[in-house]
Design a protein around this ligand. Structure first.
Ligand code: HEM
Ligand code: HEM
Length: 216
């Protein structure tokens, strides 16, 4: 057994920032606190775009290409805990893809959603009313799929814990004991720089009004 590094600092930060942002977005959406909702939504959009970029240029365990696996591998990952490779196993990878699709769908439909009173997402003005209605109804119902996915995810992590796999500890420290070779890692700070720049750009483009409302 060797101690190897599997999660770089960006993947670890990305995960907990995602959890916090989704919590804030859920509560602010339900309560109608739309300034908080928009500013958090734009920040999460920057975070997700950074994660996708990091999925191309980042560490081996962050690679999007590693998330795509033949069904045979998914089944064998569900049947046995034998390590296939460092990072997400084939079944976990499916869960990650599902999260990326659901979160991006929620973010993109949000941009086209209106509260029908005062507040419009920034892209509402460019499309037909029918499309805005459709985006709004997806924005309202997709949240239930997202909540179901989170419940399944936490249940899976708990089941792995009962079987002796401490995945949360690994996600917190980035390191684990393994017989596998050390995967190639990249410096997470590079992704944080990309995230900071993208957040600044998106907030400058769409976020000045809600930011001003929040500050004043
Ligand atoms: C809003 C709630 C949550 C969402 C949307 C979420 C989403 C995700 C995503 C997208 C990943 C993949 C990370 C990446 O490769 O970029 C992941 C991994 C992980 N999450 Fe969560 N998560 C949530 C809550 C939690 C909670 C509460 C826990 C702890 C109990 C947890 C434990 C983990 C662990 C241990 C991994 C790594 C799995 C592995 O080793 O393959 N997550 N999660
Ligand atoms: C993953 C990110 C997001 C989540 C989880 C989320 C979640 C929610 C939730 C739970 C609601 C309340 C829905 C309901 O009352 O049934 C809501 C409403 C709303 N969201 Fe989001 N949202 C996200 C991103 C965005 C973004 C990026 C925007 C626009 C910039 C946006 C714009 C809106 C608007 C305008 C409403 C009010 C709709 C109404 O009053 O009927 N959302 N959102």
């Amino acid at each position: 057994m060797n101690r190897i590094k599997v999660w770089d600092s960006f993947i670890r930060g990305f995960h907990w920032l995602l959890v916090i942002a989704l919590g804030v977005l859920y509560v602010s959406g339900e309560e109608g606190w739309l300034d908080v909702h928009f500013v958090t939504g734009y920040t999460l959009l920057a975070l997700m775009i950074t994660r996708l970029i990091w999925g191309v240029i980042g560490s081996d365990t962050a690679k999007l290409s590693a998330l795509i696996n033949p069904p045979k591998k998914v089944v064998s990952a569900l049947k046995s805990d034998k390590e296939q490779r460092a990072g997400h196993n084939a079944a976990g990878s499916l869960m990650v893809i599902a999260f990326f699709v659901l979160v991006l769908l929620q973010l993109i439909t949000g941009l086209f959603t209106t509260d029908d009173i005062l507040v419009d997402g920034p892209l509402v003005q460019y499309v037909s009313y029918d499309l805005v209605e459709l985006a709004g109804s997806i924005h309202h119902s997709n949240i239930d799929f997202l909540i179901a996915a989170v419940a399944l995810h936490v249940l899976a992590i708990a089941i792995y814990r009962l079987r002796g796999k401490q995945l949360v500890k690994t996600l917190l420290t980035g390191k684990t004991e393994s017989t596998l070779p050390q995967p190639k890692m990249k410096a997470g700070w590079i992704a944080y720089v990309v995230f900071t720049i993208l957040t600044g750009l998106i907030l400058a483009l769409w976020g000045m009004e809600p930011l001003n409302q929040l500050i004043n």
